[in-house]
Write a protein that binds this ligand. Sequence first.
Ligand code: AMP
Ligand code: ZN
Length: 468
Amino acid sequence: MTELVLYNTRTRTKERFEPIEPGHARVYSCGPTVYAPQHLGNLRAYLMADLLRRALEAEGLRVTHVVNITDVGHLVSDADTGEDKLEKAAAASGRSASEIADEYTEQWRRDLRRVNCLEATVYCKATEHIAEQIALARTLEAKGYTYRIDDGIYFDTSKFPRYAEFAHLDLGGQEAGARIGDVPGKRHGADFALWKFAPPGVKRQQEWDSPWGRGFPGWHLECSAMSTKYLGAPFDVHTGGVDHVAVHHTNEIAQSECALDIHPWVRFWLHNEFYDFGGEKMSKSKGNLLVLEDLVDRGFDPLAFRFFFLQGHYRQQQSFTLEAMEAAATGHRRLLSAALEVRGAPGEAAPDEIAVHRERFCQAVRDDLNAPRALAVAFEVARSADLGRAARRALLLEFDRFLGLDLATALPRVAASGGDPRIDALVAEREAARKRRDFADADRIRDLLAGEGIAIEDTPAGPRWRRG
Ligand code: AMP
Ligand code: ZN
């Protein structure tokens, strides 16, 4: 047994994690729909998966992490109606769907790197797994779970008695009714498309031949097909945003459990809560759609956004505001300064000096990835007057394997920096020297900068520098 305890949406309880295959954890994360930029809320989903990954590795497990890229089939409505998000974006911009998908996949991958999300083992695209999706739909058809209507091949949810179980759905209630949408011939509100026919007279950019006719896969199919391909079944953990519980994940479970004759298909389901943006959903129309690059343009370090993420537990709904982001940036700077202060500290830390702090940090991580508590332990260590510099250095570096804040190398950004990273770094180093009361070193750096015509001014917000 590992010591890691995770909140499992499937059972609505915290459970001790044990991989199905000894020593190896298999994880699938629902990835982006690449028709538009991935915003700060989306990043929360991948940061949560990243924490999980790091916590599993800390338990000594090898992790296979698979993340999908939805580049076809995700319709603007969950009720199997409306346009395909990618086709719509292509029509609106005059560009090809694949060009759009490539652009936003690249943006997302770059942002993941900038917030230190570890590379997944496999990134898989829906459009590159059409055959696997068709094969899965054929299995369901052969087992009698499907029916055909004018619009496509549908999954008959009444044939899967556990359908409502995962999300505690009330299928007789309004929620289900709202899902019927306006697809004529659908038998039950919750039934969903496995394969959609290309509309008559419309030439889609993305369509394929299938045993049922030309068309494209329903959105949910890709995650069932690709997770089975790369992880086998059953597997250990499936992650995604909390919005996926009622429809997308419920449908993934229905398809997979019926096709594979397996229950439970996935042991643990982890869902991150949403960020709201000043009390509202982030959307282009409200003009509050922020991406990581917008924070960088405002002078924030991308890792300050990771710090913002760590300050809240992933199952807590949270508001993102620029004021809260400023506060996170200040906290981030403080932790980096503390880490910088002990960087290169000589000597070994005594094992009994660090054991108790290490234990408290591990307990936080193991308690459903409690990042805010882990961060609090890191700050206590950083500020501790009882711990020697070598002990603080050793602990902070160890904690950073989970926090992912580059505590070994990153430099605190200087308030109102002049936009020169080399000078920022020197100013930060002088600040760290001052904090460790190494005034000779601090003065050496100040004189060096003075020689270049740069003056440092110490303000309550931290040091600033200017030329001349
Ligand atoms: P999408 O690109 O819309 O398929 O979403 C990618 C991931 O981001 C999914 O796991 C969503 O559940 C998640 N997500 C979307 N909006 C937010 C938000 N505001 N806060 C947190 N997670 C979100
Ligand atoms: Zn999915």
